[in-house]
Design a protein around this ligand. Sequence first.
Ligand code: BG6
Length: 473
Amino acid sequence: MAERYTTVVLFGATGDLARRKLLPGLLHLFDSELLGNLRVIGTSLDDFTKDTFVEFAAQAIDEFSTHDRNSARWQDFSKRLDFVPGSAGPEALKKAVAAAEAMMPDSDSEGRPPQRLHYLSVPPNAALSVIQDLRKADLVERSRIIMEKPFGTDLASAGALNSSVHEVFSEEQVFRIDHFLGKEAALNILAFRFANGLFEPIWHRNFIDHVQIDVPETLGLSDRASFYEGTGAYRDMVVTHLFQVLAFTAMEPPTALEPRSITEEKNKVFRSMEPIEPTDVVRGQYQGYRSEPGVSPESETETFIALKCFIDNWRWAGVPFYLRTGKRMAEGQRIISIAFKEPPKSMFPSGSGVGQNGPDHLTFDLADKSKMSLSFYGKRPGTGFHLDKLSMQFDLQEVDWAGSALEAYERLIYDAVQDDHTLFTAAEGIERVWEISQALLDNPQPVRPYSPGTWGPNQVHQLIAPHAWRLPF
Ligand code: BG6
């Protein structure tokens, strides 16, 4: 398919996400010719000019890209950048888009006119005013919008946001991004489950004991206090990323790898999820959080959360899913771990090692250097029967085609440009996850303190007992 001429309008262009991921990602897509016909207009509340924005982007590239400001591709890309300060109003944005499109042919080789991709890298409460500005600037036609998470802050606000978005953009134009769904290992959950005959027959309550989705982070707030204080770990990570990968893990086989089938299967998972019981939740806050700049000294925002939830359907009834994530924890990891049931009876003598390191597991590691591993018991060489936990691994870094990997945001921006909704989240599923969260949001457990550099408050072990957290390995 011919590549369409595209103007990316980046709202929040001087923010952290733009600096770390979006500008380096757009350069990578441009460089790899996946998005060669591209122009980028940054806009934000900061009082930047085109030149200061180009310098901002150059610094981002130096810091977060394999390119640097001396590379020929950056030089070419930088000429495609423009900036419009938010204070200049919708008319100025309209003019900048017209100027970008004046540098493109009227249509591509398939006769399609240039299109616009508006990336709303802005907090949830700013999204609506951006959408109104786009309407005023007459930038709705030939346009798609990418909306960042969290999508709303509860059921009522998500529903209201969906209705307001739909007053301006049709659902087909809206791409709600969850970058975890662009991670190679998350996509490999689908490949593993549905491209092999081996795993799917055992992928249910008869063979799986429990599932862990564990995303501890060593990072703290990184200048995001104002966002984080109003958001917290549950809204920032669980209702979005962790529930989305849970849906990939739990869904029934879709009829095809296309948006409608995948969305419908994910929605069925969300519909079957039982409301989260506040007593199945541990909320934590790292010691020192309340003294961070921009944080209230009485803050009750959780920087850590762990919970148990259930999917009440034929495949998963009674199988607990344990989710955990937090800031300033002992390690940065992102794993989904499927724990298989123990054999019904063991012929191995006690002390042989069987079962000593937990059950056998299949683990998807969602780190940038993604990995999948299957751990199981095997015999140690020599006399007797001493068993050790062994592992078979697939490591993305060790295969020839590792170079073709795209970072999650790159993959998803590319898909949005191609009008492919497969890996984006849909309004119904989002509203349902808010619905099952209501009791927890209405009646949050108190935050429990934990020391930075640990695995969270002690209560997290009671939550998962009689099992144990898989991490640390
Ligand atoms: C973001 C959250 O969506 O995901 C951050 O807002 C979090 O708080 C980040 O650190 C984690 O993403 P990744 O790709 O680094 O695992």
